[in-house]
Design a protein around this ligand. Structure first.
Ligand code: F6P
Length: 540
């Protein structure tokens, strides 16, 4: 019998640390980081942690040792340590849906199965993970070497992942980030419902050498099913209905729906309801990644995530990268009242990382009620946004430096080039560090238009090179940051009821778009837009 996690009662407002932080925020609201550097020669070391091959430099955040101390006490008072253990032991942490939360097992499961230290989630989960991972990786390897082929006997040159949300963003981000390691078939991603993603992916594709991966945890998602049906029609038209079985693989918990779609039994892979979509790239949902970079490198990605898991579980709060990132976020959101977080990778191949984090952070912690449904009286997830740093400098950095809205900033940068251009990597590093300094120090004693106030809080997260291991670290780092914040805020990071209303309403709107007369009670706002959008529709 799986036990349900019991969180610390009362929420963050019931802690002494929260009130202490409120007092410190009033006192330190005007803290100048540049002045703090001038008076504290040890600041650069005191507010930076090097662990797991990463540097988390938060010395440019607007906090001092008293604030940091109170934040660390907040983690204790909110029972973070026992919440982390509960997740790893497989207790029901997703209390609103009554589910375990075990994406950590997807990368951590090891033999021997009954080694409780290696598999705190238990032998049954470990066995299921290892068996399914083995099947998925064997299939990926067979696609890569041409043992699995299309219906005409030709190896696959193009693989099209059809999925959305967690069944797209993580794999798409990872395949792009690890392009330096991609030596398999070309991998494309199709998510949007309007059909243009699919049209673009198929523009130069040959049906005889194209494999589709339909990834959908539920296999009920409208966008994914619409794209999958179109893809199936495209393929069947070119190669005949019988070819479909050899050109479609699928990943889902929904076996009946995979049956109905006609997915070959050997080409289907499962995941479990204890994996949230946005935490699923480590599962068979990562099939596209394994096909792109190969089995050993996919293993390194998992190992990087698992190493960060061990760090999260064992490191003291002072040295704990995800916990520190969580606490900095809470200081910025709740006490410095910065409602957005800009994510700025100085690495073009991390271009989908901000989009991946948008789902991870905002679908997880974009909540307004606590675990028992009570309204929370404080802000929760920030709005996350971002763009590779070089592009960002030439678009929205003006606002960040001199505009009236303020944001917290995460800079990400690697020591080494991923594409054999070390001089250009030096430029990227120089720009990243220069911008972080400019945001912190500002510019004073100049004409009004040139003044930069400074004190825009920034964290620099540095890594050596963007390899599979490091990407595993980065993703797990943000995953655990999000979980730690949810524990402190007393909300459930693992449900997403907020996405359902719009989906439900769409069922009623679609017939009107298709031509049905709107009923008398249809809202005027809807009628007005429909009248325009349907004006020139065929048949009108
Ligand atoms: O709409 C939100 C959501 O449910 C996400 O949580 C999920 O990642 C996405 O849709 C896709 O869901 P599925 O994998 O079931 O198609």
């Amino acid at each position: 019998m799986v036990s349900t996690f019991t969180p610390v009662a009362g929420g963050p407002l019931a802690t002494a640390a929260w009130h202490e932080l409120g007092r410190l925020a009033r006192d330190r609201g005007r803290l100048s980081v540049a002045a703090a550097f001038a008076t504290d020669p040890a600041r650069a070391d005191a507010f930076a942690v090097e662990a797991e091959g990463l540097l988390l430099d938060f010395s440019r955040q607007r906090l001092d040792r008293d604030v940091l101390g109170a934040l660390l006490r907040l983690a204790d008072e909110r029972g973070l340590r026992s919440a982390i253990e509960a997740m790893f032991r497989g207790e029901i942490v997703n209390v609103t849906e009554g589910r375990q939360v075990l994406h950590v097992a997807l990368r951590g499961a090891r033999t021997p199965l009954d080694d409780a230290a290696a598999n705190p989630w238990g032998a049954d989960i470990a066995r299921a993970v290892l068996d399914e991972r083995g099947r998925m990786l064997a299939f990926a390897a067979a696609v890569r070497c041409g043992d699995v082929r299309g219906s005409a006997g030709r190896p696959f040159t193009d693989v099209v992942n059809i999925g959305i949300g967690g069944s797209d963003l993580g794999p798409c981000m990872a395949v792009e980030a690890l392009r330096a390691y991609a030596d398999g078939p070309r991998v494309h991603f199709v998510s949007n419902v309007d059909g243009c993603d699919l049209a673009d992916a198929l523009a130069d594709a040959d049906p005889a050498t194209t494999l589709f991966l339909v990834c959908s945890k539920t296999f009920t998602t409208q966008e994914t099913l619409a794209n999958a049906r179109s893809a199936r029609a495209w393929l069947a038209e070119a190669l005949g209905e019988a070819a479909v079985r050899e050109h479609f693989a699928a990943v889902s918990v929904n076996a009946a729906a995979m049956d109905a779609f006609g997915v070959h039994p050997d080409y289907r892979f499962v995941l479990w309801d204890w994996v949230g979509g946005r935490y699923s790239l480590w599962s068979s949902i990562g099939l596209s990644i394994a096909i792109a970079i190969g089995v050993p490198r996919f293993g390194e990605l998992l190992a990087g995530g698992a190493a960060l898991d061990r760090h999260f579980r064992k490191a003291s709060w002072e040295a704990n990268l995800p916990v520190l990132m969580a606490l900095l976020g809470i200081w910025n959101v709740n006490f410095l009242r910065l409602p957005t977080l800009a994510v700025l990778p100085y690495h073009a191949r991390l271009r989908r990382f901000p989009a991946f984090l948008q789902q991870l952070e905002m679908e997880s912690n974009g909540k307004r009620v606590g675990l028992t449904g009570e309204a929370v009286e404080y802000e929760t997830a920030p709005v996350v946004w971002g763009e590779p740093g070089s592009n960002a400098q030439h678009s929205f950095f003006q606002l960040l430096h001199q505009g009236t809205p303020r944001a917290a900033l995460d800079f990400l940068v690697g020591a080494e080039s991923s594409c054999g251009r070390p001089e250009q990597q030096q430029l990227a590093i120089a720009n990243c560090l220069a911008q972080a300094e400019a945001f912190m120090r500002g510019q004073h004693g100049v004409p009004a238009q040139r003044i930069h106030e400074g004190d825009r809080p920034a964290t620099v997260l540095a890594f050596r090179r963007l390899d599979p291991w490091t990407l595993g670290h980065l993703v797990a780092l943000y995953e655990h940051k999000v979980f730690a914040q949810s524990v402190i805020w007393g909300i459930n990071a693992f449900d997403q009821y907020g996405v359902e209303l719009g989906k439900k309403l769409c069922d009623g709107v679609l017939p009107l778009v298709r031509g049905e007369r709107p009923p008398a009670e249809a809202p005027p706002s809807l009628r007005r837009a429909l009248a325009f959008l349907r004006r020139d529709a065929p048949g009108n």
